[in-house]
Design a protein around this ligand. Structure first.
Ligand SMILES: *Cc1c(COP(=O)(O)O)cnc(C)c1O
Length: 382
């Protein structure tokens, strides 16, 4: 397989070679790589629940009760009562009729979007959408039109240009994963209603994060929408693994029959289900965690502003420090490692060319001292 070597050389020459780093220990925001202790500023454990003793106990308890695997797809013999419990709690949290969980967020997008639209239908997709949304769009065989990031007039033009008979699906994220900015959701929902389109909202980074109670973008903007499908992941603030959509009962029945990534994959692992259930219960009973995250975001923005980092307008846990050149970004990440800070360098294809960046993500689990160390270390190296 000589061609793989050649391709790897090409990737290396462009400064885009990626490799896996082994984390040897992890406790909250503290990790160890190559024996070196670091503060992790590139995880998605937004509420600091992935190491919470109650969540761990729930996960371990489910292994004791149900075993280590669902051992079959949900439609065969892998559908446990806790799956349904989780789906009901997620729906209640998000204010929907019911929910459906998938083995991952990626699989949720890959299963649901091609079930909703197909040949002859139209997908309108924000240019900054996550790869799972892009792949799902390709898999659907629908016509895909990409609008410039959060450009409402471009979106409106595309909607106006569609055939009235065409099914139209607008794909957006509540918080964009690489830049941390919010979608202009109220306006998008209004446009969707006007043109009889459906909005598919990926809430991977906003669940547990946006809104006073962490319910997501609808709570943040204080809006509701009929033609709206909410998707999220259990793997970020919900401290587990798996993906979900919140939908009507009829839509759930439809997806159980049509979403191929649901039908042909083993049911979500029982320990992941129980961990997510417990994390969700904690988020509902301890809204102060969401407030703590918000406090950390404001503190970090103040500290970073002082050292001259250009900040986006939306105060979210994702803060990109754009350096541009991939090699320079990798070298900055290495310099942070020496100072006890772990922030990965994000390069193409995750972000556009000349937009390589250090992508900081904050958690309620970070202390002010850790955030100050981040700012001090950044000031030394950029
Ligand atoms: C992380 C992420 C996903 C995928 O979720 P997983 O559960 O990790 O597969 C989907 N969409 C967005 C925007 C994400 O950031």
């Amino acid at each position: 397989m000589d061609w793989t070597k050649k391709e790897l050389e090409r990737i290396q020459a462009r400064g885009l070679f990626r490799s896996l780093k082994a984390i040897e220990q992890k406790s909250g925001t503290r990790i160890e790589i190559c024996g070196k202790r670091l503060v992790n500023f590139c995880g998605n454990d937004y509420l600091g629940l992935a190491g919470d003793p109650r969540v761990k106990k729930a996960g371990a308890g489910a292994v004791k009760k149900w075993g280590t695997s669902a051992s079959a797809s949900r439609l065969v013999s892998g559908n446990f009562s806790i799956h349904l419990e989780l789906e009901n709690l997620l729906a209640k949290f998000k204010g929907a009729e019911t929910g459906l969980v998938f083995p991952s967020g990626y699989q949720a997008n890959l299963g649901v979007i091609p079930a909703l639209v197909g040949k002859g239908d139209l997908i309108l997709s924000d240019e900054w959408n996550h790869s799972s949304l892009i792949d799902a769009s390709r898999l659907s065989s629908a016509t895909v039109k990409i609008f410039p990031h959060s450009d409402l007039s471009a979106l409106k033009k595309m909607l106006a240009g569609a055939k009235p008979s065409q099914k139209k699906l607008i794909l957006v994220e509540s918080i964009y994963s690489m830049d941390g900015d919010l979608a202009p959701l109220p306006e998008i929902v209004e446009l969707a209603e006007k043109f009889s389109a459906t909005v598919y909202l990926d809430e991977a980074h906003s669940t547990g994060v946006l809104g006073k109670k962490g319910k997501g973008a609808l709570e943040h903007f204080q809006i509701s929408g009929k033609n709206l499908i909410l998707m999220g992941t259990l793997s970020k603030a919900l401290a587990s693994q798996g993906g979900f959509v919140c939908v009507s009962k009829a839509m759930r029945d439809f997806l159980v029959n049509r979403a191929r990534s649901f039908i042909f994959s083993t049911g979500l692992n029982p320990s992941a289900v129980a961990s997510a259930l417990k994390a969700l219960e904690i988020i509902e009973s301890e809204p102060e965690r969401v407030a703590k995250l918000r406090g950390n975001i404001h503190f970090a923005r103040q500290e970073l502003e002082k050292i001259g980092v250009a900040l986006g307008v939306d105060p979210t846990p994702i803060i990109p420090v754009i350096l541009g050149d991939p090699d320079q970004t990798v070298s900055a990440s290495k310099k942070l490692l020496v100072r006890g800070i772990f922030v990965q360098a994000i390069r193409p294809p995750s972000v556009p060319r000349s937009q390589s960046r250090l992508r900081i993500s904050l958690s309620a689990g970070h202390t002010r001292k850790e955030i100050s160390l981040l700012a001090k270390s950044l000031a030394e190296i950029i």
